[in-house]
Design a protein around this ligand. Structure first.
Ligand SMILES: *Cc1c(COP(=O)(O)O)cnc(C)c1O
Length: 378
């Protein structure tokens, strides 16, 4: 290996992602946009939030997008809109970020966990009918790692049982299934703009989308204390869960580059796929004939037996990785979900490792990861 990348400002030769580089690449543009907001005191629910909502709705092919404080609130609002309340049940997965389950519990409802499919780590629709009980109010698929769930099968099931579908699309901004965008299939879909997501702001942010006018109106009330548009009346008990106007300004700048950043993500994922093929005991993400064409590759996840030894070796080579997630959530005692038995989730949880993948990643950084992987396995 002749072109070893130098350590970045984070100290890693290859960080898991490089937020500093993402900022540096657009610094002037971002500062100009932020300066315009601060100069005109456009700080709370102003033009930038409205402009972003309009652009996101257009891009995702939905009628309404409502900016909120974070992805967890977005999901909570989506569940509430589906009528999920005290004593209800919501079918979802354990192989997800904990916020998926917390949003359900915050409604007073109980998560009913189903297992995932080995090929895409997403909800296995074949298990839904076994999980169904009359108390189920909604099905909550999570589009993990930037790949859509099998939405045909999930919508079919929910349609037959007449329960709502609410999508956790926090990791899947721009991902598609049959040409349709994640978040647009059910009653409502939630997105996060946390710095680790594919469309990221400089802090916390989120968006909840729907095609239903009345539902959108409820989201707008809930996020802003139940106040009507001219603030003359309180129409319900609400929350303070607004998308910050400065974060919306940041997102408008980054949205312009989204196509480009997603293309780079797919290119890197395809390089990994090609260059890591045929390593003993490494399972790469399953793909169809056109790998990652419908995905936004928010994470590139491999599976391997010696996962922890590999992670330690990569760390020595200056490569940062993450484990998403171990132990699985139903094995976190404090969550009290341990009555669930989810063999695929448990097997995968012991084997997954997320490799670095970010739009600013250089070819030399990709090659360094590949070189280190080959050194470990060959
Ligand atoms: C990030 C994430 C969330 C939560 O989003 P926040 O903006 O951090 O609240 C929810 N679900 C999934 C699957 C996520 O990855």
């Amino acid at each position: 290996m002749d072109n070893i990348p130098s350590p970045t400002a984070s100290g890693w030769r290859v960080p898991y992602m490089d937020m500093r580089a993402a900022y540096a690449a657009q610094r002037e543009h971002l500062l100009a946009r932020l300066d315009a907001c601060a100069t005109d005191a456009r700080l709370i629910l102003r033009d930038e939030v409205a402009e972003l909502e309009e652009k996101v709705a257009h891009l995702l092919g939905v009628r309404h997008a409502v900016g909120v404080a974070n992805g967890t609130d977005a999901l909570y609002f989506a569940l509430r809109a589906a009528g999920v309340g005290a004593g209800d049940r919501v079918i979802t997965v354990a192989h997800t970020f904990v916020a998926t389950l917390s949003a359900i519990v915050r409604c007073g409802a109980e998560p009913v966990l189903v297992d995932i499919r080995r090929q895409d780590f997403n909800m296995d629709p074949a298990l839904l009918s076994r999980a169904w009980t009359p108390g189920v109010k909604a099905v909550l698929p999570v589009h993990l790692n930037g790949r859509c769930c099998d939405m045909d099968a999930i919508l079919d099931f929910a349609g037959q049982r007449k329960v709502a579908v609410v999508e956790d699309a926090a990791q899947a901004f721009g991902a598609t299934w049959g040409g349709q965008c994640a978040g647009s299939f059910g009653l409502a879909g939630s997105f996060s703009f946390h710095p680790m997501k594919v469309l990221a702001c400089l802090g916390d942010g989120g968006m909840v989308v729907t095609n239903d006018q009345e539902t959108a109106q409820r989201f707008r009330l809930w996020r802003n204390h139940g106040l009507n548009a001219d603030r003359s009346q309180v129409l319900c008990h609400g929350f303070n869960s607004r998308l910050d106007n400065l974060q919306a300004a940041v997102l408008l700048v980054r949205l312009e580059k989204l196509e480009e950043t997603l293309a780079r993500r797919r290119t890197i994922a395809r390089q990994y796929l090609q260059k890591l093929a045929h390593l003993n005991d490494v399972e790469l993400p399953a793909t169809g004939p056109e790998p990652f064409a419908q995905d936004v590759v928010s994470s590139f996840v491999i599976q391997t037996g010696p996962r922890d030894r590999l992670a330690a070796f990569l760390r020595q080579q200056g490569i940062e990785t993450f484990i998403h997630w171990s132990p699985p959530l139903h094995r976190q005692a404090a969550l009290r979900l341990d009555s669930h038995h989810l063999p695929v989730t448990e097997a995968i949880s012991a084997r997954v490792l997320s490799l670095p993948l970010f739009p600013e990643m250089s070819d030399a950084q990709v090659d360094w990861v590949v070189h280190a992987m080959k050194t470990f396995f060959l």
